[in-house]
Design a protein around this ligand. Structure first.
Ligand code: NAD
Length: 283
């Protein structure tokens, strides 16, 4: 395989196509545009960057994006009151709370306060339950993006062995549920997993969502496997994924780049979730 290399699973073009499909749906429906409200508590610089890129992404497709900025010393009750006000606002279809929150505010209290029909991050217990039961609902954007990317490249999941490293509520657990519903055999690995390398070497599809740059080298990979790199770490060399691309590319058959792989799809699927909520609210 040396000299040929793996297929690069690019999320950029698919994300662009999703956004233009959404833009034309919004333009042709007319009337009230979909509204996305982002709640941000405090002024974490990385969060500010994410929040303003979400605002810009909304504007580009004709969606009404707004950011509700609360002071870092706001109480949990104030944050919950802000969410409840957005629940009542008929111009708002999607609500998300930018993480991380200050330590004195419980992320699960906030996500549980969001109206499940506006819960575009898919973190409300009702949507989590719907996902695991295989019912309709709003589900986390990064895993939705991964499933869309696999579909785009016609990578079949049925019957294959998937190992997911990382068990967060926003990536690891929901991608495991989605893979399971797509009939994969799924193993969820995490920081307490023993013999991680051996386990990963059995995977036809490996999803790395850890946040340790370059952790996944060729020793973790089965020959010909598909590698989905969710990790994003800021290093002195710029943004890096969990996968050591140079090493992995000797062994895998396909891999997502960082940046330009899963990342762009996350925002596209956030917009898509908001449009989905909007359609339901209009109906
Ligand atoms: P997290 O940061 O909440 O948790 C990390 C997970 O990795 C935990 O479940 C932990 O058990 C596991 N872990 C830590 N060290 C490990 C080790 N040595 N071996 C095996 N497992 C280990 O998880 P998260 O919020 O899902 O974020 C993971 C990474 O994905 C981060 O780099 C984050 O920036 C990135 N991320 C990217 C996107 C995107 O759009 N591409 C979206 C969300 C998160």
């Amino acid at each position: 395989l040396d000299g040929i290399g793996p297929v690069i699973l690019s999320g950029v073009e698919l994300a662009g196509r999703i956004r233009s499909r959404l833009a034309s749906e919004i333009a042709s429906t007319g009337g009230r545009p979909p509204g996305l409200a982002v709640v941000m508590v405090g002024d974490d610089p990385a969060s500010s960057v994410y929040v303003s890129s979400k605002e810009k992404a909304c504007a580009r497709i004709g969606m009404a994006g707004s950011v509700l900025r609360l002071r870092g010393d706001s109480t949990q009750e104030e944050a919950l009151a802000a969410v409840r006000a957005l629940n009542e606002d008929p111009a708002v279809d999607g609500i998300l709370c930018q993480l991380p929150l200050p330590a004195h505010i419980s992320p699960s209290a906030v996500s549980s306060a969001i109206d499940p029909s506006k819960d575009v991050d898919g973190l409300h217990p009702e949507n989590v339950g719907r996902l695991w039961r295989g019912e309709e609902g709003l589900f986390p954007c990064t895993p939705l993006g991964i499933m869309a990317l696999l579909g785009e490249y016609r990578i079949g999941i049925e019957g294959v062995r998937v190992v997911v490293i990382g068990r967060s509520d926003i990536v690891g657990k929901p991608i495991a549920a989605m893979m399971l519903h797509a009939n994969a055999t799924v193993t969820l690995a995490h920081s307490h997993t023993r013999e991680l390398q051996n386990l990963c070497r059995e995977a036809d599809v490996l999803v790395a969502a850890v946040g340790r740059p370059g952790m996944i080298t060729r020793e973790f990979l089965k020959q010909g496997s598909v590698v989905i790199d969710v990790g994003i770490s800021r290093t002195s060399d710029g943004l890096r994924g969990d996968v050591d691309f140079g090493s992995a590319s000797h062994v895998c058959s396909a891999v997502t780049p960082v940046p330009g792989g899963v990342g762009p799809l996350t925002i596209a699927l956030l917009l898509s979730n908001t449009v989905k909520a909007w359609r339901k609210h209009l109906a």
